[in-house]
Design a protein around this ligand. Structure first.
Ligand code: NIG
Ligand code: FE
Length: 403
């Protein structure tokens, strides 16, 4: 098929240097900022591939007949944003619990009273697949409006064989419904323990029923687990993730969020794709992540929303960890899909530079999903997965707050 071209982008950020450095210790020059940029891509039946990137004035003659979109120097082009950690499929409303939290009741206290995750589990179990799909469609559209092109979605509000499969089927439907987006589906049956099973019963449901069926039906790309005080233990994580890996799934972990359990260190030892949250990570955990291929996924919207101290982003970055940013969109601890707003929080409260922020929502986030071989930077031979921002400079995506 014919080539297509984007020309006269006010600026085009390739991020090529970010890939060279595997997203670690990135600096301003790694942004690959091209003024008056152009990008040519081919469209085939299997996808869109980048043919050429450079200044519009240097567009090679052989692409002269490509179908062009002229951005007239008004809009910037960046690698498509990747939101690598969301809990996007759920029903119900937790604004009453939010009001309680605003009145001083802690997240843990609400969970201990049987609220929190279990409130959403009740509503999600009651909802039909069509209702869940309708809610999810609106959310995906919103996420797309912020420049997100790759979206990870976790199950975890079903906590039973039937309800977890229902949620994963919704994600499968979204994949069909939004062919322009890339989705990664993560099985998070180990999000909490349901009230209607004993701990032992639910663990054996996870290991012997849910994981085998989820993989048999190809409903997940990865398996995640919430390791924390009051949730899953390190030993349980070893069991669940070993089973997931044996069945062919990639593995991830919610680690060191509410208290330090040394789960980030375990995630690195298990070679997880990512260890996420890390509000309470220890120096040992930081060193382990830095010397591993496990991406440190930071979710500063969640710390903001919980009024909790932020993750030690600078320490992680200085130690050489590959750091990603994501929304953690969920009804309890971060009720927003606005990834650029999360970038603003990262700039102000995590002290992240613009190169670190771009890397964190592109290449590094793609790496947290195992997709960095095709996505995350704009270079010939890679997927033509880009975002045209409604601004002339990349920075305005988060300098302008919560658009
Ligand atoms: O990522 N940490 C665990 N799960 C979610 C919160 C889920 C909820 O409260 O509904 C999180 O923060
Ligand atoms: Fe989460």
């Amino acid at each position: 098929m014919a080539n297509q071209a984007i020309v006269h982008a006010s600026e085009l950020l390739t991020g090529a240097g970010i890939r060279v450095k595997d997203g670690r210790h990135v600096a301003e020059e790694d942004l690959g900022r091209i003024k008056d940029g152009a990008l040519v891509y081919s469209v085939t039946r299997t996808g869109r591939e980048i043919e050429w990137v450079g200044p519009t004035a240097k567009l090679p003659k052989k692409f002269a007949r490509a179908k062009k979109v002229d951005l007239k120097g008004l809009r910037a082009v960046v690698p498509g944003f990747v939101d690598c950690h969301t809990h996007l499929v759920f029903a119900g409303d937790r604004s009453d619990e939010f009001a309680l939290r605003c009145g001083g009741v802690s997240y843990e206290e609400i969970a201990a009273r049987g609220g929190g995750i279990l409130t959403t589990v009740r509503a999600t179990r009651e909802a039909s697949i069509a209702e869940l799909e309708k809610l999810a469609i609106a959310r995906v559209k919103e996420s797309e409006s912020y420049g997100v092109r790759t979206l990870e979605i976790k199950s975890g509000y079903g906590l039973s064989f039937e309800a977890e499969l229902k949620v994963l089927q919704v994600i499968a439907r979204l994949k069909k419904r939004f062919p322009e987006m890339t989705f990664r589906s993560t099985f998070l049956g180990a999000h909490d323990f349901p009230k209607d099973r004993t701990r032992e019963e639910y663990l054996s449901d996870l290991l012997d029923k849910m994981l085998p069926e989820v993989t048999r039906r190809k409903l997940a790309d990865a398996c995640d687990i919430f390791v924390d005080q009051g949730f899953y233990t390190l030993e349980e994580a070893k069991l669940v993730l070993a089973r997931a890996r044996e069945l062919g799934l990639a593995v991830k972990m919610h680690a060191d969020e509410l208290v330090n359990t040394e789960s980030a260190a375990l995630a690195a030892d298990l070679n997880c794709l990512s260890a996420d949250h890390l509000l309470k990570i220890s120096d040992r955990g930081i060193a382990k992540l830095a010397s591993s291929n496990t991406v440190a996924v930071l979710l500063p919207g969640t710390a903001f929303y919980l009024k909790a101290p932020h993750a030690p982003a600078r320490k992680l970055i200085q130690a050489g960890a590959c750091v990603a940013l994501s929304t953690d969109f969920n009804p309890g601890t971060c009720m927003t899909l606005n990834l650029p707003a999360v970038m603003t929080i990262a700039a102000l409260y995590l002290g992240m530079t613009r190169a670190e922020i771009l890397a964190a929502v592109t290449y590094n986030a793609a790496k947290a999903l195992g997709l960095h071989d095709r996505k995350g930077t704009l270079e010939p031979g890679l997927d033509a997965d880009f975002t045209i921002l409604p601004f002339a400079r990349f920075e305005e995506a988060y300098y302008r707050f919560a658009w």
